[in-house]
Design a protein around this ligand. Structure first.
Ligand SMILES: *Cc1c(COP(=O)(O)O)cnc(C)c1O
Length: 402
């Protein structure tokens, strides 16, 4: 594989093409404006309406909206009882928040290597690690499978292991709202305790910043709803002290202000109406890349057979490129104004996790992924001419397929 410099004319003329970008319609703007003209900017009717709508859409009993997926992951871990002395396991190929939520709770974090073709947590590695952990008495309390790029992990297998080894499953579905697993929506928690979605602008639908946890367990839902708002309880029936008056609330545990605003929820409700259409368009755009890249020595991540991906990302792997060539191709694409990105640099190799003792050569598949993967621009509204230009630039950069 030989790498050439991209033609400089492209860098000079083309606009920068980001890897992801939000879509905002006039209807979205009108929905937010209506809240601005209403009495409630926060703690009004839009947040519970958004929670109900998302829960109904994904087939879960409860939804708890937060100001980010990171905070939803944090209060999900707390609701599951994660604390000092416990362990949380996740994938090394994820955004750092999937692991940090364990650290916020004082738990130890560990990782399960990925399956190279999908980038998802390997069930084989998980099972092997669980067998070892059972022998050494170091089983996890919470496992966080990450639905990378919008493809659900093998949740039936992970759910079966959860029963066998007695851990809670917390799905990080930040990429995967609108996706399906075995015909059912991601987020229905059939094989998990809690699922978390992100509504950051690069994700499938957005609220500016925002997250939401779904669950079918009324206790977990109540616990997360209280932790989101300072640990405060307003229902007099649940007070631990006799109520001194109708104005009284009780703080029963240490919570946070992780609330979503009504402005955000109104935007989310409006965006949610386009969810199916958005996921269809993202799948069409991925198919276009599949066709455009068919002749190149690169592989798009596989989507498992029983999964409908929401296609958050179009990740290619260039397994025949050396790490140096991978880097050169990455830089040349950027120099051509093509906003490729790496999702993700392995979490365990960040300086913070190295201070906890993690080292290189611990998760070989994840580390190989990081020197061969890159995400191509994909978002609703991406033009055929733009994806064609991405493919042609890649073609130009990667010569000699021997
Ligand atoms: C974006 C993302 C998060 C965090 O989402 P925020 O809403 O930005 O806090 C967590 N996990 C994964 C896999 C993500 O991609």
């Amino acid at each position: 594989m030989i790498i050439q410099a991209a033609p400089s004319s492209q860098a000079a003329t083309a606009d920068f093409l980001p890897y992801g970008r939000q879509t905002i319609t006039e209807a979205d703007i009108a929905a937010v404006e209506a809240v601005l003209r209403s009495p409630f900017l926060t703690q009004g009717p839009a947040v519970p309406a958004f929670e109900k709508a998302v829960a109904a859409k994904v087939g879960a009993a409860y939804g708890v909206a937060t100001n980010s997926a990171t905070s939803a992951l944090h209060i999900a871990c707390l609701a599951l009882g994660l604390g000092p002395g416990d362990r949380l396991w996740t994938s090394p190929i994820t955004f750092v928040a999937s692991a940090n939520c364990g650290r916020y709770c004082g738990a130890a974090v560990d990782f399960v290597d990925i399956e190279p073709t999908t980038g998802l947590m390997s069930v084989t590695s998980l099972e092997q690690k669980l067998q070892q952990a059972e022998r050494s008495g170091t089983l996890p309390k919470v496992v966080v499978p990450v639905h990378l790029a919008g493809s659900s992990c093998n949740m039936a297998a992970i759910g079966a292991l959860a029963e066998r080894y007695d851990f809670a499953v917390l799905e990080d579905a930040s990429h995967a709202i609108g996706g399906r697993y075995r015909g059912e929506p991601v987020g229905n928690c059939r094989h998990s305790a809690i699922t978390v979605f992100s509504f950051h602008p690069v994700k499938i639908i957005t609220t500016g910043e925002g997250g939401l946890a779904t669950t079918n367990d009324p206790q977990l839902a109540q616990s997360m709803a209280e932790l989101r708002s300072h640990g405060i309880v307003r229902d007099p029936e649940r007070f631990e002290r006799p109520a001194a008056g109708p104005w009284v609330y009780e703080q029963q545990q240490l919570g946070f202000n992780y609330r979503m605003t009504d402005l955000q929820a109104a935007l989310g409700l409006s965006q949610l109406e386009r969810l199916e259409a958005t996921v269809e368009e993202r799948n069409r755009l991925l198919q276009t890349y599949r066709e455009l890249l068919a002749e190149l020595p690169v592989q798009l991540l596989d989507v498992p057979k029983d999964v409908l991906s929401s296609v958050h990302l179009a990740v290619i792997r260039m397994d025949r490129a050396s790490p140096t060539q991978h880097r050169q191709i990455f830089e040349s694409l950027r120099n051509s104004n093509i906003g490729v990105q790496l999702h993700y640099s392995p979490v365990h190799l960040h300086p913070y996790y190295r201070t906890l003792g993690f080292m290189e050569k611990t998760y070989p598949e994840a580390e190989m992924y990081a020197t061969s993967a890159l995400s191509l621009p994909l978002f609703p509204g991406l033009k055929k001419s733009e994806s064609t230009n991405v493919a042609e630039t890649l073609h130009f950069l990667i010569k000699d397929y021997a």
